[in-house]
Design a protein around this ligand. Structure first.
Ligand SMILES: [Zn+2]
Length: 308
């Protein structure tokens, strides 16, 4: 017995510049090796393979601006199926456990503190004596917001998962931008907005960037993190699968294409201040070198912008 096939929509224009001139970098069927094995080895609620094995995936690049993305993405209706039946809360927790180590927890918390120290300095002129008003879009369980609160910031989050909103460590978590605006009532409200591992998941990342820009005060700071897909043009090993998983990581950014799309939404790039999470002089120097190296070599892209 065959199951009903999932419905995919065709993004036949560039998600960044809108150009229709696209080149396929790689593609095939979801049921082909090695993609089939990678998908089947992930933890799922219900296994999605019977719904997608005959469907095509195609990773393309815009000839005009070099932005890379998956051309075929799940329809809204099937995305609901993905979140309610396939990527269930339980399956996601199992996956998080499989990649979480004491070292990864430490590094995550350390990076949070580094962002907070930079934000505190960079927003000083904008907010004067008032506390930093920060929005973490796609805040998950709210770990970053909880840390922000410890530093006296006024934190808000947006997350689509109701489990996360209810169990999250933070109270000001909304399901959608509209509901946040209804509650707080104004544009230009925030000094800082963070987008950690969000843009690679969105059908229309430019539209989100533009609506976030309206929430930010002129001169406000936007911090964006995505995986670095500079060296990925095909799904051939575990690493490339993680970076451009065609059901999940549907947009692949390089430092250049990430900068381009954010600039298109009305931002300019800024150099972040170096932050030190130590008072030991030699450690401070090492941190500085490590952070500089991270900007050059890390497989995560981390960029700071300012609203014009
Ligand atoms: Zn383009």
């Amino acid at each position: 017995m065959t199951k009903k096939e999932a419905v995919f929509i065709d993004r036949d224009h560039c998600i960044s510049c809108g150009d229709g001139n696209l080149k396929e970098l790689s593609g095939g069927l979801f049921g082909d090796a090695p993609l089939r094995e990678f998908i089947e080895n992930d933890p799922w609620g219900e296994n999605p393979m019977p719904y997608i094995e005959h469907k095509k995936w195609s990773y393309v690049q815009c000839i005009n601006c070099r932005q890379m993305f998956h051309r075929y993405i799940l329809s809204n209706e099937w995305n609901e199926v993905r979140f309610s039946e396939w990527m269930t809360q339980e399956a996601m927790e199992k996956f998080e456990e499989s990649i979480q180590t004491p070292a990864s927890d430490f590094n995550k918390a350390k990076q949070h503190v580094e962002h907070i120290l930079r934000i505190e300095k960079m927003s000083l002129e904008l907010r004067g004596d008032s506390p930093v008003r920060i929005l973490d879009f796609g805040c998950g369980w709210g770990e970053f917001l909880a840390m922000c609160e410890r530093f006296g910031f006024s934190g808000y989050g947006i997350d689509r998962s109701s489990e996360r909103r209810q169990q999250g460590k933070h109270l000001n978590i909304f399901p959608e931008i509209e509901e946040l605006v209804m509650e707080e009532g104004s544009t230009n409200f925030f000094h800082v907005i963070t987008l950690f591992e969000v843009l690679e998941h969105l059908d229309e990342p430019l539209i989100l960037l533009k609506s976030l820009s309206r929430l930010l005060a002129p001169g406000g700071i936007l911090i964006v993190e995505t995986p670095d897909c500079s060296d990925v043009t095909d799904i051939k090993d575990e690493m490339s699968y993680r970076k451009i998983h065609p059901l999940d990581h549907i947009n692949g950014f390089t430092p250049d294409t990430l900068r381009n799309i954010v600039q298109r939404a009305g931002f300019r790039s800024v150099q972040p201040h170096i932050s030190h999470v130590s008072t030991d002089r030699t450690k401070v120097i090492k941190t500085e070198i490590k952070q500089l190296l991270a900007w050059l070599t890390n497989d995560k892209i981390q960029q700071y912008f300012q609203k014009k």
